[in-house]
Design a protein around this ligand. Structure first.
Ligand code: PEP
Length: 263
């Protein structure tokens, strides 16, 4: 049975002074057996969040929101995978805000993913189409390109063993309050697994968790968890609100119990 994951992307919110308290509150409100919880704060808050969670609930993992594609060098302001070791155990790669703002390409994202895996960090690979691409009926093709660009040539078994998670995040749904329907998200999760099959990943495609991300809230989360092909959520705005996270993870807990993951 595939793992159930709820990952919080805090984006450029919180400071080292307040991030630990927020993480502690969320951890206390989201204890659900069988659900993998991950909090991804800004780089500068990783330590504060890690310290708080080690004390409050070591079952909540810490993730970074990005990683550089080189190990070290003259890259001012950047953070490499080895630098994250000890501060994080997960990392988001390919978020659409980085594709948009930092011009990240699939090839670059693939290199980041490789650095993450080499450092023992579990990657959450974000893929998703723009609104015009969806309206042109190209959503599955675009996502196929994202997967191919980042994963082609990589060993499927080793990547799966390294803990790869794919997040389907339609760009038009991120931070807009306009979420996909559960049925559309499920169709894209199926398309992602079809793409993985076509890449030669058939042995592991069915085992890789696929999350949905894009304006997930405690109110709409049920529509996603009602779909068996969706294994969790990558949550942005709502992940800064403990009440919202409590509701989202509680719903994830129902799926974890139904899958026999709750112990
Ligand atoms: C995200 O940042 O990955 C995200 C899905 O954001 P939001 O939930 O705010 O749409």
């Amino acid at each position: 049975m595939r793992e159930v994951v709820v990952a919080a992307n805090w984006k450029m919110h919180t400071t080292p002074a307040d991030a630990g308290d927020l993480a502690r509150t969320i951890a206390a409100r989201t204890r659900e057996p069988g659900v993998t919880r991950v909090i991804c704060p800004p780089y500068v808050c990783l330590e504060a969040v890690g310290v708080a969670l080690a004390d409050a609930d070591p079952d909540v993992a810490v993730g970074a929101q990005n990683v550089h594609h080189e190990l070290a060098g003259a890259y001012t302001g950047e953070v490499s995978a080895p630098m994250l070791v000890g501060l994080a155990t997960w990392v988001i790669v390919g978020h659409s805000e980085r594709r948009r703002d930092a011009g990240e390409t699939d090839e670059l994202i693939g290199r980041k993913l490789g650095r993450a895996l080499d450092a023992g960090l579990r990657p959450i690979l974000c893929v998703g189409e723009q609104l015009e691409e969806r309206e042109a009926g190209r959503a599955a093709d675009v996502v196929d390109g994202h997967l191919r660009g980042a994963l082609e040539g990589r060993d499927p078994a080793a990547t799966h063993a390294g803990g790869l998670v794919v997040a389907y995040e339609p760009v038009w749904a991120i931070g807009t309050g306009r979420n996909a329907t559960g049925a559309d998200a499920a169709a894209m999760a199926d398309a992602i697994r079809t793409s993985l099959d076509a890449l030669g990943w058939a042995d592991v495609a069915g085992a890789i968790p696929v999350l949905y991300g894009g304006s997930v809230t405690s109110t709409n989360v049920d529509t996603f968890f009602a779909e068996p092909s969706i294994d969790g959520a990558l949550v942005g705005g709502a992940s800064l609100k403990p009440d919202e996270m409590a509701g989202i993870v509680a719903r994830a807990g129902m799926t974890a119990r139904a899958r026999g993951l709750a112990g």
